[in-house]
Design a protein around this ligand. Structure first.
Ligand SMILES: Nc1nc2c(ncn2[C@@H]2O[C@H](COP(=O)(O)OP(=O)(O)O)[C@@H](O)[C@H]2O)c(=O)[nH]1
Ligand SMILES: [Mg+2]
Length: 231
């Protein structure tokens, strides 16, 4: 494949799952897999490296901080080695990494800038998403449609974006607003956006966001704040 695809996986204490996530990524589609270890206290780093990933460290805790670290790494590459497409993927094995081609193809073949993997459209294992997560996604995507005129059904973590579009968007969120920020800025800039269905299963290990009360409130607040802040 001529397009260079780089995968960024933020990971905070995902030692049990990270090797499977990296292992299931279709290697013929991807140049490099980058795991950003977000101050894990377990074997996330060594397991990621053993699975063949490049491991970076980000000590400031936050989903966005970890993703930004991965982008910075790509940006520092020489021009001819810089990726054409970035895929974001969680480290908990909830997503099905083998579905990566479905996310990348619309960018390569149909000129899309941003492709969201929608769990709403795909098959979900029972209990894979918490009720508050399903409600939150519904609310956030409804607000995105009202205020930004863009139709998404999910703020899913598994997504692909053209490198040049990602640079133009200029991501800044360092925590839970990351996913919605990318979608609403792409909409504001009239980028070509779409979604494809992706499947979702119960994660390995414990949830750091929706599985905790603090995480749920922080994420909900930050997502709503982000939607109104960019109006
Ligand atoms: N909460 C949290 N998650 C992080 C952080 N850095 C990376 N992550 C990763 O973000 C992904 C999503 O987190 P997860 O606990 O699965 O949240 P959930 O999907 O809402 O249950 C996982 O791959 C985490 O390892 C961080 O600082 N905080
Ligand atoms: Mg998860």
């Amino acid at each position: 494949m001529k397009e260079k695809v780089l995968v960024i996986i933020p990971a905070f204490n995902e030692a049990e799952s990270i090797g499977k996530v990296v292992g299931d990524i279709p290697k013929d589609w991807v140049r490099e897999v980058v795991v950003v270890n977000n101050s894990s206290t377990d074997a996330t780093e060594v397991n990621a490296r053993n699975a063949g990933a490049t491991v970076l460290r980000e000590d400031r805790r936050g989903y966005g901080f970890a993703c930004l670290k991965g982008i910075d790494y790509a940006r520092q590459k020489p021009m001819d080695e810089r990726p054409d497409i970035i895929v974001f993927l969680d480290g908990d094995y909830s997503d099905h990494p083998e579905q990566l081609p479905q996310l990348v193809r619309p960018i390569i073949e149909d000129g899309y800038d941003l492709v969201i993997g929608s769990r709403e459209l795909g098959e979900r294992e029972k209990g894979a998403m918490a009720p508050q997560q399903i409600f939150g996604n519904w609310l956030a995507t409804t607000l995105l449609r009202w205020f930004y005129g863009v139709k998404f059904t999910d703020l899913g973590p598994f997504r692909a974006i053209r490198w040049s579009s990602l640079m133009e968007i200029g991501m800044v969120d360092t925590t839970y607003g990351w996913t919605v920020e990318m979608q609403l800025k792409a909409a504001k800039k009239k980028m070509k956006c779409t979604e494809v269905s992706v499947d979702y299963r119960r994660r390995i290990g414990v949830s750091k966001i929706t599985g905790t009360i603090k995480g749920t409130f922080m994420a909900g607040y930050k997502i709503l704040y982000t939607i109104f802040r960019y109006l």
